[in-house]
Design a binder for this molecule. Structure first.
Ligand SMILES: CC(C)(COP(=O)(O)OP(=O)(O)OC[C@H]1O[C@@H](n2cnc3c(N)ncnc32)[C@H](O)[C@@H]1OP(=O)(O)O)[C@@H](O)C(=O)NCCC(=O)NCCS
Length: 164
């Protein structure tokens, strides 16, 4: 975290049509592409209005800086990866699109808000073993790393489950 800089006030707001260009630009940013490189799939998620209710924009001190989304887990697909997750699990994704905002506590704060909103469900997340900020941000919000696995195209990953 930037020394001396206070953590901004973080809120989650609905994603509106007018936000999409911004989220698409974030998805092309190098610091996001490094970890979230399925940009065509991510863009199509943004273009499907039915998914909007499972997406939020992250605002920090009133400015849009990032994006969260969640999806019901497709259990057979996860079983094919050798992962056993609870029925009804929701898989969470997060990104801070404004690079200068990374490392200021905003990702962790946004996830904490999302966990509060979704806490009635089993919550899971996955990230690259090498993505230490992401692993730590989820851990700070009550997630526990339960296993490592290999995902074709993505490499060595870690599964995190929220310890409700
Ligand atoms: C991952 C991401 C959401 C985290 O959000 P953030 O606002 O940058 O992170 P935070 O400031 O909340 O801090 C996360 C924690 O990681 C720690 N951290 C940061 N860099 C680290 C590193 N290289 N090694 C270990 N821990 C690290 C921070 O110190 C902090 O922990 P602490 O509060 O105990 O000190 C954000 O960096 C991001 O969107 N990155 C690019 C896209 C991405 O990786 N998305 C996730 C794909 S699964």
């Amino acid at each position: 975290m930037t020394a001396g800089a206070p953590t901004p006030d973080v809120v989650l707001v609905p994603v509106l049509d007018g936000h999409i260009w911004r989220v698409e630009a974030w998805l092309k940013a190098d610091h996001v592409l490094r970890w979230w490189n399925d940009k065509d799939a991510a863009k199509s998620l943004l273009r499907e209005p039915a998914r909007r209710e499972r997406q939020r924009l992250i605002c920090a001190d009133g400015e849009p800086v990032g994006f969260v989304q969640w999806e019901p887990v497709d259990l057979p697909e996860w079983k094919a990866w050798g992962l056993d997750v609870p029925d009804g699990s929701l898989h969470l994704d997060v990104m801070i699109g404004v690079e200068a905002t990374c490392g200021r506590g905003v990702g962790s704060a946004a996830l904490a808000l999302l966990v509060e909103e979704l806490k009635a469900h089993p919550l899971i997340a996955t990230t690259s073993l090498s993505n230490f900020p992401c692993r730590r941000a989820f851990q700070k919000c009550g997630f526990v790393e339960t296993e490592h696995f290999y995902k074709p195209g993505a490499g060595r990953m870690v599964l995190l489950m929220h310890a409700a």
